[in-house]
Design a protein around this ligand. Structure first.
Ligand code: HEC
Ligand code: HEC
Length: 291
């Protein structure tokens, strides 16, 4: 309906105003782009914030819609594509409205109600999806875990600025869908694995956010459209935690220890586990080492 209304607006005066675009920003952007921890330092909850740009510079160039970073992100010619939760991304008609607005030098239009940001939460009984957890990663993690962030290249080569990157298994899996205990990401935000994340904490994530991430992984690390991720059979993992018993990392059962290389590991000690994900989502240990 929004898309239709906007397409009609674009056709009618071909010159949308900020007031007409604000509902799109409200629905798709401000959960990450507002407040003190706004993603990339870009606040999209006011016209002033949008015009002020991000920590990297302006995102709109008056008169040059297609060349503006904002439009390049919406089209995906600049990565990661926005909104970070996508797909779904904006419709072609919605993107065209942003282009027309910037080409027309960003007219404000009639003052609109303040855009407000409320963290998206799943309805009771509904699975947690990437749409619910992405704002946490965007606000608290992506400033470092990006191509060139606050600490240079992404730490450990791990990016947290898109769904695909978050669940990628290129070097190793940091998220094992359906297995929170086998997911180094959850271990790091809980502080079971050190250093605890976010690296610039405290403050660390609050209990509600940690519980939400745990449920997201337990529910299958679903994308924003609710599709569960496959178990990355054979993927490497590297986990840190406490050896709670001879075959258990905290509450996670460890398989195949008989064939693993074990160094200086003692029950009750802090250890590193390297292994692989089996077809049932368990962890088969290749190496266990005291740290
Ligand atoms: C789930 C969180 C999230 C949502 C939703 C989101 N963004 Fe972003 N956005 C980010 C993050 C994180 C970055 C920094 C990504 C990077 O470069 O690593 C970013 C970067 C950007 C940038 C680039 C800033 C620069 O100068 O490099 C623009 C422009 C942008 N977003 C616009 C939008 C728009 C417009 C929307 C809504 C249609 C949107 N974003 C929705 C998290 C989000
Ligand atoms: C200030 C920068 C910074 C922020 C913010 C940050 N990290 Fe990190 N992250 C690091 C550094 C540095 C390392 C490597 C630390 C080490 O193991 O020595 C790291 C490592 C990790 C690892 C281990 C990667 C691997 O390959 O095993 C995970 C998982 C992780 N971070 C998740 C997160 C999450 C989730 C957040 C947000 C809640 C976050 N980080 C926020 C800097 C950061």
């Amino acid at each position: 309906m929004l898309a239709g209304a906007l397409a009609a607006a674009a056709a009618a005066h071909a010159q949308p105003t900020y007031a007409e675009l604000a509902p799109i920003l409200q629905a798709q952007c401000v959960m990450c782009h507002s407040g003190a921890s706004a993603a990339a330092g870009l606040k999209l909850d006011t016209l002033e914030g949008l015009l002020a740009g991000s920590a990297r510079g302006p995102v709109v160039r008056a008169g040059a819609g297609e060349a503006s970073e904002l439009v390049r992100r919406l089209r995906g010619t600049s990565a990661p594509r926005m909104p970070m939760t996508g797909p779904p991304f904006l419709t072609d008609a919605q993107i065209a409205s942003f282009v027309a607005w910037i080409d027309a030098r960003m007219p404000a239009g009639s003052p609109s109600a303040a855009v407000v940001s409320t963290p998206p939460r799943p309805a009771p009984g509904e699975p947690v999806t990437y749409a619910h957890v992405a704002p946490i990663f965007a606000r608290r993690c992506a400033s470092c875990h990006t191509e060139q962030g606050r600490m240079g290249p992404a730490p450990e080569g791990y990016r947290l600025n898109s769904y695909a990157a978050t669940i990628a298994t290129v070097d190793r899996a940091r998220v094992v869908p359906g297995r929170p205990g086998a997911s180094e990401l959850l271990r790091r935000v809980r502080g079971q694995a050190r250093p605890r994340m976010p690296f610039d904490g405290p403050p660390y994530l609050d209990d509600a956010d940690i519980a939400l991430i745990e449920r997201w992984i337990a529910d299958g690390a679903r994308d924003a459209q609710g599709r569960a991720a496959p178990i990355p059979v054979g993927a490497a993992v590297r986990l840190h935690g406490t050896l709670a018993d001879a075959a258990q990392l905290d509450a996670l059962p460890l398989r195949g220890l008989a064939g693993a290389r074990v160094d200086r590991a003692r029950v009750g000690g802090y250890v590193e586990v390297r292994g692989r994900v089996t077809s049932d989502g368990e962890i088969e240990v290749q190496r266990l080492r005291g740290r």
